[in-house]
Design a protein. Structure first.
Ligand SMILES: Cc1ncc(C[n+]2csc(CCOP(=O)(O)OP(=O)(O)O)c2C)c(N)n1
Ligand SMILES: [Mg+2]
Lengths: 311, 274
């Protein structure tokens, strides 16, 4: 797999492009546009860009006001700060009035590395899913992020887009059939299904390769939209492969695993395993070291899959 | 201050700056310039006879508290705590490595002497208010010192804390704003200009003074004055230079926010610091 840009960079470029055909789009920043990459938009459309300083709850409230006045708002900060510091504002000034505000949380997950736990959004997906009216998207690579940004722009309701910091492999080199709420099957399989999003999709593909060498045929789904999740794909996985492993760079509580479990339990319960962050903060370190130490690698997916197969 | 005492403090400041530069350059990430602007503030507190602390007994209930609300200046805190004897200076080069308690931002559960886990800006002053209230309840002489950034005070929570501090007349609480004129994306004058800060704090019921944050004598005198101020909290607005005293090496980007120096820049900086 060839390396591509980070999801945050892809988001920043896609947003700047969106600005051309959409004069109503405004962007709000909290002193981090060089990190979230909204600086691409800021450079092109300075009059439609507002840097409100280090003040996330204010940032979100201002976004709500702009949207109530007919603007199409994109706002971005670190996932940890925009979701955790401004949650009540997201709830009352965006979700409840169901406004056209797209919230982007960058530096999500533990793969930010050395900056450590205070900067790592590890609960952001769970928080976003707990906001009624919100669509929640976790893209895995550069091409699918472009598609996600375009798709979210077609909607007038609120959404959360999660973006990681590191450069990630390109999964959709030959185009990406991206539809919100519709999982993408990256690999067919009949023995079990690995459902992943974000950084863990590449790990899932790698794991599927290793499992194939052991004679296990793993299906891989990129569940980029966590809410609404693709019930049909989950049902098909449960019925056709009878085992599911969910992998995400997020706390196990409240993230993709919870959502997939609820869907499977409702439709066709099957044995499942979960790869994610286990009720703990991480620490500082190199991204690869942290992913290894906290159990977020292809090896961990393989391990979970083998455990399911041996049941 | 005697000249011998001043020379002593200046030597400490130099050693701390060397730690900051070498540890962040070795780590390949971190915030050296944010750390450098607050060196004299921390040196005055820890080594100028202001803070009452005991590195052998870091949990001593009556100790004074130092809170680094601008947690990204962690390399400064680690260098100071090492120099103060909380742990060996040999730990300083492990900054940001996996397994090291010297995380990218301070983690109070992993390192003695760290009073608050910070890194999400805007929270330190509220924690400081809580500690100052607890000291009053316990009739403890403990005093609380909180260092914030000048960008950080854009967080509304800082001003909520400021209101609580004056409501409860917390004269055992001192806020020190490291006014280095820059935040992450540019000069505070362009991003969010809150100056002049003295009348702003005064309007919130605080006693406030503006000082040269690199002049140890001025910092110490202001801290002494704060100690004598009764019935309300004190704010020190410390005018500083981000990256001081190697700002001449940062001409292409005087903010140089959140980036270590390259090996060559670090060597130059160390030579200049002496
Ligand atoms: C709540 C929150 N928002 C954003 C950030 C990202 N961030 C880290 S440092 C920084 C700039 C801080 O500027 P200032 O307070 O002036 O400190 P300086 O580095 O200049 O000392 C920002 C925005 C953060 N750490 N916490
Ligand atoms: Mg500053």
């Amino acid at each position: 797999m060839k390396m591509g840009k980070s999801v945050r960079e892809a988001f920043g470029l896609a947003l700047a492009k969106l600005g051309e055909a959409n004069p109503d789009i405004v962007v709000v920043d909290g002193d981090v546009h060089n990190s979230t990459r909204t600086e691409h938009f800021a450079k092109k459309f300075p009059e439609r860009f507002f840097n409100v300083g280090i003040a996330e709850s204010n940032l979100v409230g201002i976004g709500g006001g702009l949207a109530s006045s007919g603007k199409r708002v994109w706002l971005a900060s670190f996932a940890a700060f925009v979701m955790c510091n401004a949650y009540d504002q997201l709830r009352m000034s965006v979700a409840f009035p169901c406004l056209d505000v797209k919230v982007v949380g960058t530096h999500a997950g533990i793969s930010i590395g050395e900056d450590g736990p205070s900067q790592m959004g590890i609960e952001d997906v769970g928080l976003a899913c707990s906001l009624p009216n919100f669509t929640v998207v976790v893209p895995a690579d550069e091409p699918s992020t472009h598609k996600a940004v375009e798709a979210l722009n077609q909607m007038k309701t609120p959404a959360y887009l999660r973006a990681g910091r590191p450069n990630v492999p390109v999964l959709y080199d030959n185009g990406c059939d991206f539809k919100l709420g519709k999982a993408i099957q990256l690999r067919p399989g009949k023995d079990l299904t690995i459902i992943a999003n974000g950084l863990m999709v590449a790990a899932a593909l790698e794991a599927a390769g290793q499992l194939a060498a052991k004679g296990i045929d793993a299906r891989v789904l990129d569940m980029h939209t966590v809410k609404p999740c693709d019930d049909a794909a989950i049902r098909a996985a449960a019925v056709e492969t009878s085992r599911i492993v969910v992998a995400e760079e997020h706390l196990l509580h409240g993230g993709l695993g919870s959502v997939v479990t609820m869907s499977a339990a409702r439709q066709h319960p099957v044995p499942m395993r979960f790869v994610g962050l286990k009720d703990t903060f991480a620490e500082s370190g190199k991204p690869e070291e942290l992913l290894e130490k906290y159990g977020l690698t292809a090896k961990d997916i393989v391990h979970a899959a083998l455990e399911l197969m041996s049941r | 201050m005697t000249s011998a005492h001043r020379a002593d403090l200046e030597a400490k400041a130099k050693r701390i700056r060397r730690h900051i530069i070498t540890s962040t350059t070795a780590a390949g990430s971190g915030h050296p310039t944010s750390s450098m602007s607050a060196v004299e503030i921390a040196v005055a507190l820890y080594f100028g006879g202001v803070l009452r602390y005991d590195p052998i007994n870091p949990a001593w209930p009556q100790r004074d508290r130092f809170l680094l609300s601008k947690g990204h200046a962690a390399p400064l805190l680690y260098a100071v705590l090492a120099e103060a004897g909380y742990f060996s200076p040999d730990l300083v080069p492990t900054l940001r490595q996996i397994g090291s308690p010297l995380e990218g931002h301070p983690n109070m559960r992993r390192l003695p002497g760290v009073e608050a886990s910070t890194g999400s800006l805007g929270q330190g002053l509220s924690i400081g208010v809580g500690m100052a209230l607890a000291a009053k309840l316990d009739k403890s002489p403990a005093r609380v010192y909180v260092v914030t950034g000048d960008g950080e005070i854009g967080e509304g929570q800082v001003w909520e804390a400021a209101m609580s501090a004056s409501k409860y007349k917390l004269d055992n609480l001192v806020a020190i704003v490291d006014q280095n004129g820059y935040q992450q994306t540019g000069p505070t004058a362009e991003v969010l200009d809150l100056r002049p800060l003295v009348p702003r704090f005064e309007a919130f019921g605080w006693s406030a003074q503006e000082i040269n944050g690199h002049d140890l004598g001025e910092v110490l005198a202001a801290l002494k004055k704060a100690q004598q101020t009764k019935g309300r909290p004190s704010a020190l607005i410390a005018r500083t230079i981000k990256g001081y005293p190697i700002q001449n090496l940062l001409t292409s980007d005087p903010n140089h926010h959140g980036k270590p120096l390259t090996k060559e820049e670090a060597d130059q900086a160390l030579a200049q610091i002496g």
